[in-house]
Ligand binder design. Structure first.
Ligand code: BEZ
Ligand code: FE
Length: 282
């Protein structure tokens, strides 16, 4: 096809993808083309603007490394991360709701025993965290692998402190035979997502603030259950209604309350959803 113009180009590109062998790939490519072209038409995108966008995406990739994931951050502030979570984790009646994974999880965090400290010198007010992990039927989930991670009192994750030579405020531990979990940590504080890169430019251009309400991240995996990726948020936080990444769920709020022995304490009960694939196994 020659002499393609503004009115014929979308169909021409779609035809070029029509023989994509994998049906799911084909659906995704075709929809991407239709929506991209629709977007460019709707805003009458100029070549200069598209050049600026390519520069933005290039720089977004260039600031990524083992400690920094600017693309996840971009997906988060655009609400795309939370949209994919919301579409695929309805939680099931009575199950704990999921929320964004975020860019600060580190695989292979230190393994700890029940009651140990995850802060390992991080600044903050000490607190005891206690939790239970159960199935929808109320039965305790013993031996679940629980990854926890959080920011410190200055709003930083350990990976944002290049001078640190050990993990802070992150660990992996297993639930006991009653599905219970205990560890020591610091009280989380609200923090701004990183704004020194392209995502920060985007937020400033839009007049948006970068703050996330204080929270503690959990990822809970156990055989026979869907892996749960979620947070517990501080119920007293000022940013609950304007989280920069749209991740707050009312059911995920908890009180960090003063403990009789000093410091603070927080308790939360998690309910895991039965694995959808395991359910099909007789
Ligand atoms: C986080 O909670 O760690 C996070 C989530 C999304 C963007 C930035 C940080
Ligand atoms: Fe976080």
């Amino acid at each position: 096809m020659r002499n393609i113009d503004e009115t014929t180009i979308t169909q021409a590109v779609l035809e070029r993808f029509a023989d994509t062998p994998d049906p799911r790939h084909r659906r995704i490519f075709e929809s991407l083309v239709r929506h991209l072209h629709g977007f460019a038409r709707e805003v009458r995108l100029t070549e200069a603007e598209w050049g600026q966008a390519i520069d933005f995406l290039t720089r977004t990739g260039q600031v990524c490394d083992a400690r920094r994931q600017e693309f996840i951050l971009l997906s988060d502030v655009l609400g795309l991360s939370m949209l994919t979570v919301a579409m695929h984790h309805d939680g099931g009646e009575g199950c704990t709701e999921s929320t964004v994974f975020g860019p600060f999880h580190v695989a292979g965090a230190p393994e700890i025993d029940q009651g140990e400290d995850i802060a390992r010198g991080a600044p903050g007010m000490p607190c005891e965290v206690a939790a239970t992990v159960r199935g929808e039927d109320g039965a305790p989930v013993a031996g679940a692998l629980v990854d926890v991670w959080q920011a410190d009192a200055e709003g930083l994750y350990d990976v944002q402190r290049p001078e640190l030579d050990h993990a802070q405020n992150r660990a992996r531990l297993r639930t006991d035979s009653a599905g219970a979990l205990r560890f020591r940590a610091v009280v989380p504080q609200a923090y701004p997502i990183p704004t020194d890169g392209p995502v920060g430019e985007l937020l400033r251009a839009a007049g948006r603030h970068p703050w996330r309400p204080a929270h503690l991240h959990f990822m809970i995996a156990a055989p026979g259950y869907e892996t749960l990726v979620t947070h517990v948020f501080r119920a007293d936080d000022a940013y609950l209604d304007s989280d920069a990444v749209f991740g707050v769920r009312q059911s995920l709020l908890a009180q960090w309350e003063p403990a009789p022995q000093g410091g603070y304490r927080m308790h939360h009960d998690f309910v895991l959803q039965r694995s959808r694939t395991a359910a099909a196994v007789p």
